[in-house]
Design a protein around this ligand. Structure first.
Ligand code: FAD
Ligand code: SF4
Length: 330
């Protein structure tokens, strides 16, 4: 057993100061961190419990956006009437994740920073660059059915597990961070996650002791929002492929589209090539197929996960066809 110390933070700035201590880590709902500690994968020597900080509210922003506090539980965010009506893609993504009990406990901040579900990452007998930099990657050349086909490198091919982050990517959310010395900064979600490169153990741009305080949603983009998740079983399961789409189509033409993919990439993946193939094009099956082709053009399978490339194309086509239906008013 590894011993560690624990403190419950009562103020955000105090939490950040406490986390600056060597070996310290934040804990929110604990639904990921505690599992990793039990397995000896995460080994903090000091836990800073931020779950009681007054960061649970969901507030209106000037101009029509929303601020979601980092401690807002996933279930509260999904159920919020403003989220359900203005950002349905976010509600759909959240309720597709984990289970009711877990969503009650899981926080918005913790969901963003949860770690991969690569089975070799959890198996301390296996080589894993993410767990132990320089050790190698057992998934490359191993059993890699659930792994990434986009954004992978020669050091790591693990997928990012969060459904919520995929919806936030399509919504172009920003993440607000509080750092030592009361420094506050905002990072667009597209810049928050890092591709594995040579340092797959560094997954985000979070600086030491920096804490997520909120997620900022800009005013809802025009069009219909949809999240579709394909997985091995209907609940309590991570995505093999997921698609978050926001499509505005009028007079049979696609005016604007935002597309993000989950389950297929090392980070929540913005499919900009698909978006370019949709804009200004007729809302037809041929257009959706061209967009799906464009989205997966650079995909590289590792053997067992080759099926994800075609599965992603088909899931994208189907989601786009549904999202491009005219929005009925009244
Ligand atoms: C069985 C199971 C099934 C699941 N299925 C899904 C699924 O289908 N889809 C999905 O998206 N997720 C799924 N999850 C993951 C779940 O959503 C995450 O475990 C949860 O969101 C993490 O939130 P938490 O508050 O419990 O984080 P914690 O476990 O407390 O923390 C996780 C990490 O985030 C850091 N952290 C927490 N809060 C902050 C903050 N404010 N600022 C900076 N760092 C912070 C911690 O230091 C830690 O490193 C599943 C989990 C389980 C156990
Ligand atoms: S894919 Fe990444 S997380 Fe999985 S074993 Fe390889 S380095 Fe580790």
């Amino acid at each position: 057993m590894r011993s560690f110390t624990y403190e419950r933070a009562v103020a955000a700035q105090a939490a950040v100061a406490a986390a600056a201590r060597d070996g310290a880590k934040f804990i929110s709902g604990g639904t990921n961190l505690l599992d990793l500690m039990k397995l000896g994968i995460e080994r903090p020597t000091h836990l800073v419990d931020i779950s009681r900080l007054p960061l649970r509210d969901i507030e209106e922003l000037p101009g029509g956006g929303l601020r979601i506090g980092a401690q807002a539980p996933n279930s509260d965010v999904a159920a919020d009437i403003r989220v359900r009506t203005r950002y349905p893609v976010l509600t759909q993504a959240l309720v597709s994740g984990a289970s009711g009990q877990l969503r009650n406990k899981a926080s918005t901040g913790g969901n963003l920073v949860q770690r991969t579900r690569c089975p070799y990452f959890y198996d301390t007998a296996a080589a894993c660059n993410k767990r132990e930099p320089g050790a190698g990657c057992a998934a490359i050349g191993g059993y890699n059915r659930t792994h990434a086909v986009l954004g992978a490198g020669s050091s790591c091919i693990a997928t990012h597990p969060s459904d919520m982050a995929v919806a936030l990517t399509a919504l172009e959310a920003e993440i607000e961070l509080l750092g030592p010395g009361a420094s506050v900064r905002r990072v667009g979600i597209a810049d928050f996650y890092r591709l594995p490169g040579d340092t797959p153990h560094i997954e985000t741009v979070l600086r030491p002791a920096e804490m997520i305080t909120s997620v900022l949603l800009p005013p809802p983009p025009p069009g219909r929002q949809l999240y579709r998740k394909v997985r091995d079983r209907a609940s309590y399961e991570f995505a093999l492929v997921s698609v978050a789409a926001v499509v505005s189509a009028g007079q049979g033409t696609i005016d604007s589209a935002r597309v993000a993919l989950g389950g297929v990439a090392t980070v929540p993946w913005r499919a900009v090539e698909a978006e370019a193939a949709l804009r200004g094009r007729p809302a037809t099956t041929a257009t959706y197929r061209a967009a799906a082709e464009a989205a997966m053009r650079d995909a590289v399978g590792q053997g067992h996960n080759d099926f994800k490339i075609e599965l992603a194309r088909r899931t994208l086509c189907r989601t786009l066809a549904q999202a491009a239906q005219p929005v009925r008013s009244g």
